[in-house]
Write a protein that binds this ligand. Structure first.
Ligand code: FBP
Length: 552
């Protein structure tokens, strides 16, 4: 294998553990707190999780290890989108497991949750795992988006675990994967399968957080990677002074990534989907908001700028959601065949015009033709429009261009507008984890094994006090059911972990709100530069601005 000098150097990096986990395994004891309850719908969640509901929150501390000595055979699964640091969760888990008993075994189920059902695995050893320490990616075992949620899958899972003598499964995933981890834990408990389930909070989107989980892993590195490039683009924009850059950043629904990048780079514009929804903004209002910045900057001789667009924003525009719902209805069942049989775009357009309400047609009509066509081409297996594939950065720059043309005709705008487009998503998901993510992830994995060793089931590995140095981090666990409530999903009421959207009264948004008018007109860019792995702590161990603002 060809190894870059940085990769080689990163193999040697020793991730920092929370102070309380730094003693030998034999000196880690557990303190149980009070019983917990779910964030909402307590009766319902309790009745759905009779064996795992209401358990106490726990914290590890220095003291005599009183866990029962038994051989552990653990299976680990990476679930969903990649996030920097996933390899270190596995490494931390492996190291704690081997430090406890060298005969313990770690299975890695391949390519996501389906690996467990397909009984497709590898067994880790030192040689294999050492090649993945402190590296990005999920290629150590691969990941996948299969959901573990049916009774049939659970039965197979029990069989596979029995076959290998597996005593615990660690699921590294986002809100959906950890919801399924809780359901699996309950199933194992109800069927006396003798298998524990522990979750670890992952997602670059940053939307798996709450009063207990301060952030999901991967968010730190991914946002720093995007912010580096956005900063570079800002500097290019400020050097050439001739382009407006529209930058879409990942984040399927919540705008935490966009907000963090804005806090780090101070662009002229950053849309926040949650605000768009709260203010019920229309596409036209959003375009006017951006065009105002373009116009004011042009009046000061600055025909350039940077706008950050969150990936999921169009779904938060009420009129756009209504349009999508009508299009899904318009093409439901056999109606799609009628539509597809039409050969010219003008025939298709007439079909659409006849089928949509007046309001939705008005929204459809202002979209650029490429986006109009995208809405009808890209469908998911259920025939629905795939909103995530809509090129919202191009949509908004086209709408702004129209606004500016009208303003030019009215004589209020005299500038030039040349737009360039970027999408930053996959670039950040497999970056070498920052020191923060390397440390946090290793700690989550190590801690997950301590939860297993102490016999906990249906718990999320929890490491908190993250805005402080790692020596002050607090390690423990919380029942996953504590984070759950009932939500309507696909026409059914389901117990799920509540997704954390950007809070409009939270400190990160408030800080942004207090500064954005100035950033919109002035050139107040900040250039965070590349993630630093070696050097002074104030440069290498920086947390995100979001975490710093939330905790301080
Ligand atoms: P997770 O929620 O699984 O962590 O994935 C998040 C994400 O990276 C989103 O930001 C993005 O919309 C999506 O995955 C892309 O998914 P895919 O990898 O399937 O294209």
């Amino acid at each position: 294998m060809n190894i870059s000098p940085l990769q080689k150097a990163r193999y040697e990096y020793s991730p920092k553990l929370p102070g309380m986990l730094r003693h030998g395994i034999e000196d880690i004891c557990v303190n149980e707190g009070a019983a917990t309850q779910s964030v909402a719908d307590q009766d319902k969640i309790r009745s759905l999780f009779p064996n795992t509901y209401g358990k106490p929150e726990i914290t590890f501390a220095k003291g005599t290890n009183t866990s029962v000595a038994k051989k552990q055979v653990v299976g680990v699964i990476l679930s969903g989108g990649q996030a920097p640091g996933g390899h270190n969760v596995v490494c931390g888990l492996y190291d704690a497991l081997k430090a406890t008993n060298k005969d313990n075994v770690l299975y890695g189920f391949k390519n996501g949750p389906s690996g467990l059902i397909d009984d497709d695995f590898l067994i880790f050893d030192d040689e294999y795992i050492n090649e993945y320490r402190n590296t990005g990616g999920f290629d150590i075992i691969g990941s996948g988006r299969t959901k573990l949620e049916t009774e049939e899958q659970f039965k197979v899972a029990v069989e596979v675990c029995k076959k290998h003598g597996i005593t615990a499964i660690v699921i590294i995933g986002g809100d959906d994967s950890n919801t399924n981890a809780a359901v699996l834990a309950e199933y194992f408990a109800a069927h006396n399968a003798g298998v524990q389930v522990i979750g670890c909070p992952k997602t670059i989107d940053g939307d798996l957080k709450n009063e207990d989980i301060e952030c999901s892993f991967g968010f730190d590195t991914a946002t720093k990677t995007y912010s580096e490039v956005i900063g570079n683009i800002e500097r290019d924009a400020n050097s050439a002074k001739k382009y407006w850059h529209f930058v879409k950043v990942m984040g399927r629904s919540a705008s935490h990534v966009a907000l963090e990048c804005a806090l780090e780079t101070q662009p002229n514009i950053c849309l926040i989907s949650e605000e768009v929804a709260a203010k019920k903004m229309s596409l036209s209002q959003i375009a006017d908001y951006i065009a105002d910045s373009v116009e004011k900057r042009a009046a000061n001789g600055m025909n350039f700028g940077v706008a950050i667009i969150p990936e999921g924003v169009v779904e938060f525009v009420p009129e756009f959601s209504a349009l999508i719902a009508e299009i899904n209805e318009l093409l439901a069942g056999s109606k799609a065949e009628t539509f597809n049989a039409l050969t010219s775009w003008s025939d298709k357009y007439s079909f659409i015009e006849k089928g949509l309400s007046k309001e939705s047609m008005a929204v459809f009509a202002i979209l650029p033709q490429t986006i109009q066509q995208q809405l009808f081409l890209e469908r998911d297996p259920h025939g629905n429009v795939q909103v995530s594939l809509i090129e919202s950065e191009k949509l908004f720059s086209a709408l702004v261009k129209d606004k500016l043309a009208a303003r030019k005709a009215a004589g209020t705008y005299k500038g030039k507008f040349n737009a360039l487009h970027h999408f930053f998503g996959y670039e950040g998901r497999c970056a070498f984890p920052s020191n923060f993510d390397a440390d946090y992830c290793y700690s989550l994995g190590y801690n997950a094994f301590m939860l297993i060793q102490y016999g906990y089931n249906g718990y999320l590995s929890k490491v908190s006090n993250l805005s402080r140095p790692a020596s002050e981090w607090v390690a423990g666990g919380m029942p996953i059911t504590k984070m759950m409530n009932m939500e309507r999903r696909h026409g059914e009421d389901k117990p799920v972990i509540r997704k954390a959207l950007v809070e409009l009264d939270g400190k990160p948004f408030k800080f942004f709100e207090a500064n954005r008018d100035q950033w919109a007109v002035e050139t107040a860019y900040t250039y965070p530069g590349a993630i630093q792995y070696y050097g002074p702590s104030e440069v290498c161990d920086l947390t995100t601005r979001t975490l710093a603002l939330e905790k301080n």
